[in-house]
Design a protein around this ligand. Structure first.
Ligand SMILES: [Zn+2]
Length: 263
């Protein structure tokens, strides 16, 4: 696994010529995740999932190249919280299309967009970018992580995960709750305000339909707390397992779609 921004150009050329290169583009956002988690959580999560999926793809013959993360996205639901930044959907779409075109120009034609942020307009932008790249170029493009296809999203993020829950109400865990807190405690513990967590009472009593359908904003849905579920149920051990499982899941989804590279 290599990071595109860390290699010199001849290595990018070698990767393109190998015919085995697969570029993963992690996409996140700057968005509140409760008083205990960093605004960049979804970007950091997409990055660690990419790194966890990479060895499993390389076992099967790919050479994985991780492109620099797109750390900005569409975040309208949480925009009332300080620090949350939102792009217009067309800005995100254009960014992904232009990155994809540049990759194709250099012979890097397999692109996996790994999205760590659940927001309907954000997801739609990424899928439109995929469609544009497929129509205009000979690129192979796949959207994984949070997508508009619930089965695909579940195959990436949910499969193997619910049974790890220690929450009193696992079906109420969402944004900033048990799962994201666990992942952060394992993968970037220095960015978690661990002294704040004990004061965060579970938020189970929210309008789940409005949360999922984004018909209400996060501020009103969470009374300004910014999290859904139980941050106190999160722990590093669960986070370690989630990371391994989701890395394996995501690699499995990619291999199912594309198979192994031709020798
Ligand atoms: Zn998130």
């Amino acid at each position: 696994m290599q990071h595109l921004a860390k290699v010199p150009f001849p290595e990018a050329e070698r990767l393109a010529r190998s015919g085995r290169a697969l570029v993963i583009l992690p996409v996140g956002v700057v968005e509140e995740h409760g008083a205990h988690l960093p605004l960049g959580l979804d970007s950091f999560a997409a990055e660690v999932y990419a790194e966890a999926a990479a060895p499993r793809l390389e076992e099967r013959g790919y050479e994985v190249v991780i492109a620099p993360t797109i750390s900005y996205g569409v975040a309208r639901a949480a925009i009332d919280f300080p620090g949350t930044l939102s792009l217009e959907p067309e800005t995100l779409r254009a960014l992904v299309v232009e990155i994809g075109r540049s990759l194709v120009r250099h012979g890097l034609q397999r692109l996996v967009i790994l999205n760590g942020h659940r927001d309907l307009a954000h997801i739609k932008s990424l899928e439109e970018a995929r469609q544009t790249l497929i129509e205009q170029k000979t690129a192979q493009v796949l959207c994984v992580g949070f997508t508009s296809d619930p089965d695909l999203t579940a195959a990436c993020y949910r499969e193997g995960v619910p049974q790890l829950s220690r929450s009193a109400q696992p079906d109420r865990e969402g944004h900033g709750g048990e799962w994201e807190t666990s992942l952060a405690l394992h993968a970037f513990p220095d960015l978690v305000k661990q002294d704040v967590v004990p004061g965060l009472e579970p938020n189970f009593d929210y309008d789940v339909e409005a949360f999922r359908g984004e018909t209400k904003d996060y501020w009103s849905l969470s009374n300004g707390s910014g999290y859904f579920g139980s941050p106190q149920s999160g722990n590093a051990e669960t986070g370690k397992k989630i990371l391994a499982i989701r890395g394996r899941n995501i690699a499995g989804v990619i291999l199912k779609a594309w198979g192994e590279p031709k020798k």
